[in-house]
Design a protein around this ligand. Structure first.
Ligand code: CO
Length: 507
């Protein structure tokens, strides 16, 4: 077992995702800071390797639905959890937004995240194009964070075991402190996990951190096999929001390894004390309609079709909107074709939405690629980076015509933009953090800042606004099912279905 500054000895280290991915996966990212704080003292005593608590969809949801400043949440958690590493998820050059940002924005964002309390930054790219990870990795290291690049795990003719071993070696060379295998769709099955982790442990010195979900019901077995193969850290979620579309439950794995040479050293009684608090939170999220009981069902479609669970529910909702539910199986058959023609991108945000929507259009349009989304064009033009496999030349021509394909690192085409953004948002931004919020989610942040300003000017109106917000939240809670995912979180062009919830993504 590796002895590095980040992992020590034989024990299996646990990251708990209860404050981020668990509620993003099960409850549309609707946990509030006030839901977290009462448990922090207990969480901080447990001895987790880290607590994932920020990034992913939390940033957007805070401002869009919860009327919370995400930076304030981070600072508050930092104070409440002085002894535990805080971890975040960052989408490489996309940061947390939906486009590529210039290097200066990535730099500022990494700097401010670490300054406000983040210790570990997990950085991934949907295409595993390491050029999209470079700048974020460099900045995280420069500002003293633990740099954890991730490999988006998928299965395809170009994604064999050797692909991930080569990628891990490259990430190690690029300066990774920890390397994550990020299996957002629970496609990595137990035996494959054992084999991959064993080989990675032979070939790289950097600690390996495994992230999966229990969507296909194999998550616990995956962790057990990976543990036996020497994985250093795994992501679990405390039982109230564990399993199903979220991570395997922490307590189950801790109990399983008790007394074994890889004993986690965590105390089940303290874990249960923390779980007691989150059970109440989880129940409330269910009552508010953010947590469908379906999130706990084993998703056998993912096992059969190797398509992430969230993507399927998104498709169903797109087809429902188009009154074309009977075309479901046609679309299911179309997805692997589109994915192959697009050079086998891993299906994770945003590529899962791009491939899924293009498949729907190919079927409903009557003719393949008669309609092409802006995002499909971008993907084929290389705007998202290098596709893992060769693309179909004829399809590429249908998508982009005679447009030139970008061969360089996409962000090399971008001018510095922090100054422009600072000027654009003007006095509504009160600090550099605000400018970054605006950079990532322009409309959402602007609305959030305007409301903040109005509240500050008229504090008496606050109570009334709180009552109205609560009423609206209760209403939208009924309308928003966490199982329905849409193209709403990819900018423009593609249709977002009105009843769907843009805040649920697979990551
Ligand atoms: Co995840």
């Amino acid at each position: 077992m590796a002895n590095t500054p980040f992992v020590d000895g034989k024990k299996l280290n646990i990251t708990d995702t209860i404050l981020r991915d668990a509620h993003q996966s099960q409850a549309a990212t609707r946990m509030r800071t006030e839901d977290m704080l009462p448990a922090c003292e207990t969480l901080d005593k447990i001895g987790f390797w880290s607590l994932e608590c920020w990034g992913g969809a939390t940033f957007d949801t805070c401002m869009r639905f919860l009327d919370e400043d995400p930076w304030e949440r981070l600072r508050t958690l930092r104070k409440a959890l002085p002894n535990t590493r805080l971890q975040m998820l960052l989408r490489g050059q996309n940061i947390l937004g939906y486009r590529n940002y210039s290097d200066d924005v990535v730099d500022r964002f990494c700097k401010k995240s670490i300054e406000n309390g983040i210790d570990v930054v997990r950085i991934f790219d949907a295409l595993n194009d390491t050029r999209n990870l470079m700048q974020a990795m460099k900045c995280v290291k420069e500002y003293g964070g633990v740099c954890e690049p991730a490999m988006s795990y998928t299965i395809s003719p170009v994604h064999d075991e050797q692909y991930f071993i080569d990628l891990a070696m490259k990430l190690e060379d690029m300066g990774a402190d920890v390397i994550c295998i990020k299996d957002m769709a629970n496609l990595l099955l137990p035996m494959a996990a054992h084999s991959l982790v064993s080989k990675l442990k032979e070939r790289v010195k950097t600690p390996i951190h495994l992230h999966t979900h229990n969507t296909t019901g194999t998550g616990d077995m995956v962790y057990l096999m990976a543990t036996l193969a020497g994985v250093d850290i795994v992501d679990c979620a405390l039982s109230p929001l564990g399993n199903g579309t979220a991570q395997p439950a922490t307590e189950s794995l801790v109990a399983t390894l008790s007394g074994h040479e890889r004993d986690t050293g965590l105390d089940l009684e303290i874990l249960s004390e923390a779980a007691k608090h989150f059970r109440v939170v989880a129940d409330r999220l269910s009552e508010e309609g953010f947590r469908d009981p379906k999130v706990l069902q084993v998703d056998t479609n993912t096992l059969i079709y190797q398509v992430p669970g969230g993507m399927l529910s998104n498709l169903i909702s797109q087809l429902k909107d188009a009154k074309a539910e009977d075309r479901y199986y046609d679309v299911m058959a179309e997805i692997p074709k589109v994915r192959k023609e697009f050079g086998y991108p891993p299906l994770v945000t945003p590529t899962s939405q791009i491939v899924g929507t293009q498949a729907v259009m190919n079927i409903l349009g009557g003719e393949r690629y008669k309609m092409v989304t802006k995002e499909s064009k971008g993907l084929m033009r290389g705007e998202y980076g290098q596709l893992p496999g060769p693309v179909d030349a004829a399809v590429q021509k249908l998508c982009i015509g005679d447009d030139e394909v970008i061969e360089c690192r996409p962000a090399d085409l971008l001018q510095p933009e922090i100054d422009r953004l600072t000027e654009e948002i003007g006095e509504l931004a009160r600090c550099e953090e605000d400018v970054l919020s605006y950079a990532l989610f322009p409309q959402v942040a602007e609305t959030f800042f305007t409301n903040r300003q109005r509240k500050d000017a008229n504090p008496a109106g606050d109570e009334l606004i709180a009552v109205i917000t609560a009423a609206l939240r209760a209403y939208s809670g009924v309308a928003a099912s966490p199982l329905v995912r849409s193209m709403g979180d990819v900018p423009s062009a593609v249709s977002a279905s009105p009843g769907s919830n843009p805040m649920v993504r697979n990551s």
